[in-house]
Write a protein that binds this ligand. Structure first.
Ligand code: M6R
Length: 364
């Protein structure tokens, strides 16, 4: 474990290096290109791709939701995201020109594999976004891009989740390059990707703050995680992380949905974690923070903004570095992983092997 008490802690701290591996040789801002060798066999089919369908389970499904924003924004590709377990039992309508992307760390998740086989029989071209080399999903897809983050042992996905987000980002840029993405936007995105490992390293410096918050608040039974845009799935992932390793009840929501019902749950001291990087929806998120704060919530804000108004509104401000706006979940996720890890320890849980869970879910 090389100086770490648990695999989860080691894997969280490995992320600057593991993302470097994910990006290595694939992203080149100077040459303005993405090099995704695993997709070359699809070169002739790619111009006919008209839509994308992403699927997976758990954290992989969250990564796919982030991928949806990226594919739509960078590649103007209409995209939908499905739980693999739901996709396989529906009558999925696979139109011509559908690129189906299966996202899976293990490549052995039963529902993901079954969904893959289902869309294949219906004529989709399939791509795997997989970590385990030679796994079933990797073998059965037409093409793929490996995460290359190394083995993930902790049951809670951390480095594989971020690897999935980064691979989907590269896929979006790669498709964008073949469609309408301008040179300026392409270069900006490539530079954003190249800068990520250093930004993740900086975000890891939030650990002491997250540890203190975890110990101070671990007796609260219900937590909310809020975000908008690409940070809505990051909020879902933050809530899942807390649930699975600490067994505390947590829910992720799009921040603006609060007023349609969930805000009724807020009572004095309820922890609400808000993801508010400085991006196009920042001012909207500020209003959402006001809404929950005025109802008594204990507000923890993860942000890249240096804003006195926010300092006034939040009880705790967790600072992460600014990134390309589509890539911000990669840094906002770091303090949430650390919060979940320390909350689990504060509650005396078996953080690498939470109860009732297995690393790879090979049953339906
Ligand atoms: O191996 P996979 O990526 O297919 O696994 C999917 C989920 O079972 C997995 O992400 C699960 O939700 C994790 N325990 C989350 O931390």
């Amino acid at each position: 474990l090389k100086g770490h008490d648990h695999h989860m802690h080691k894997e969280i701290h490995e992320q600057p290096a593991s993302l470097q591996m994910t990006l290595r040789g694939r992203v080149n801002a100077a040459d303005r290109k993405f090099v995704l060798g695993g997709l070359t066999s699809l070169e002739r089919q790619l111009p006919n791709v008209e839509r994308a369908l992403l699927f997976g389970c758990g954290s992989a499904w969250h990564a796919a939701l982030i991928g949806e924003y990226m594919l739509e924004e960078l590649a103007s590709l209409p995209t939908s995201v499905e739980y693999a377990s739901e996709l396989r039992y529906r009558n999925p309508l696979i139109e011509r020109g559908t690129l189906a992307v299966g996202v899976s760390q293990s490549g052995e998740t039963a529902d993901t594999l079954a969904a893959l086989r289902e869309v294949q029989t219906r004529g989709a071209t399939t791509v795997g976004v997989v970590n385990a080399v030679g796994s079933s999903v990797a073998r059965e897809t037409d093409a793929g891009v490996y995460l290359h983050v190394g083995p993930e042992i902790g049951v809670a996905s951390t480095k594989a989740f971020l690897g999935q987000v980064v691979v989907l980002a590269m896929l979006a840029g790669y498709m964008g390059r073949r469609r309408h993405l301008s040179d300026d936007r392409l270069i900006e995105f490539l530079e954003g990707l190249e800068a990520l490992p250093d930004k993740v390293k900086e975000a890891l410096e939030t650990e002491q703050q997250m540890k203190e918050l975890a110990y101070a608040l671990c007796d609260r039974e219900h937590w909310l995680y809020l975000g908008r845009g690409v940070n809505f799935p990051a909020a879902l992932e933050g809530a899942l992380k807390l649930k699975e390793v600490s067994y505390i009840h947590a829910e992720g929501l799009p921040a603006a949905e609060m007023k349609h019902g969930p805000i009724a749950m807020i009572d004095k001291g309820m922890p609400v974690v808000v993801l508010a990087p400085k991006d196009g929806v920042y001012s909207k998120v500020l209003s959402n923070i006001e809404e929950v704060r005025s109802r008594g919530a204990r507000v923890i804000v993860v942000t890249s903004a240096d804003d006195p108004e926010l300092d006034q509104l939040a009880h705790d401000v967790v600072r992460v570095p600014e990134t390309h706006s589509l890539l911000s979940p990669v840094v906002t996720s770091i303090p949430l992983q650390l919060l979940a890890y320390h909350a689990a320890l504060a509650k005396g849980r078996d953080v690498d092997k939470p109860r009732n869970l297995a690393k790879s879910v090979t049953v339906e």
